[in-house]
Design a protein around this ligand. Structure first.
Ligand SMILES: C[S@@+](CC[C@H](N)C(=O)[O-])C[C@H]1O[C@@H](n2cnc3c(N)ncnc32)[C@H](O)[C@@H]1O
Length: 233
């Protein structure tokens, strides 16, 4: 509980025992790719376990570029790619780059991306790996994480996004751990990158016993996280 042991965090820890960790639902990812990917190229700068890859593959989009520094995921991505190649003939392309998104040279994809679609980590809320390349290892405060990881990555990859292209960013806040990302992103993208917020899609998370909504416990509560849709003019 990282020094935050209290009634709320203790309850959350107990309820996690019954929680099934899931990736971004591929069916939800597929509709986002279909709605905003223009049948073209999807760039996912925190690819994780492949939910967005599967969604993109199932959609009309023809190309997926995934980035994630967690090299422990390499073998399972290899198996997933291999299985699809063997069982589903297709004309699509995909690639994974195993690097931190903020260190990347994005010039190979300049002007080629229709949709940037990702669920980045929420600072140090979920620790996917202990590798030194994880953003929670590199940045010790939410401010340095926003500047060094999230905002820097978005600034660097903006030239990849075609004019009229979209960014679908699934982010969330966590009041208990003082993590506030949504408002900062909503302010940063228009002001610093000239992107327009065109839509907010509520993404329904898996139910969890004892979840709280606005501080009230709600049984098998259903919670949603926003997917912020920005457009490049
Ligand atoms: C919320 S998960 C992504 C979940 C994914 N959408 C799925 O469906 O499985 C966040 C991912 O961010 C990755 N990550 C951590 N540090 C990063 C960095 N510096 N650059 C890019 N991705 C990073 C983690 O390795 C993790 O896989």
């Amino acid at each position: 509980m990282r020094g935050h042991l209290n009634e709320v965090t203790a309850h959350a820890a107990a309820s996690m025992r019954l929680h099934i960790p899931t990736m971004f639902r591929p069916t939800a990812a597929q509709s986002i790719c279909d709605d905003f990917g223009n049948g073209g190229t999807v760039l996912d700068f925190s690819a994780g376990y492949g939910g967005n890859f599967l969604g993109s593959f199932g959609s009309r989009c023809q190309r997926y570029v995934g980035i994630d520094p967690n090299t422990a995921l390499k073998p399972s991505f290899g198996r997933m790619f291999g299985w699809i190649e063997r069982h589903h003939p297709h004309g699509k392309t995909w690639e994974m780059v195993w690097q931190p998104a903020e260190d990347m040279d994005y010039s190979p994809w300049h002007g080629e991306v229709d949709l940037v679609f990702t669920s980045p980590p929420y600072f140090d809320l979920q620790r996917y790996s202990d590798q030194q390349t994880q953003s929670w290892k590199r940045y010790s405060t939410i401010e340095t994480w926003l500047d060094g990881f999230l905002f820097r990555t978005l600034r660097n990859l903006k030239p990849c996004v075609k004019r009229g292209g979209h960014l679908a960013l699934n982010v969330a806040d966590n009041e208990t751990f003082g993590i506030r990302i949504i408002e900062r992103l909503v302010e940063f993208c228009p002001k610093r990158l000239g992107l327009r917020l065109v839509k907010v899609i509520p993404y329904l998370l898996a139910g969890r016993p004892g979840a709280r909504i606005k501080g009230k416990r709600v049984g098998w509560g259903q919670k949603a996280e926003p997917v912020l849709i920005f457009q490049r003019g």
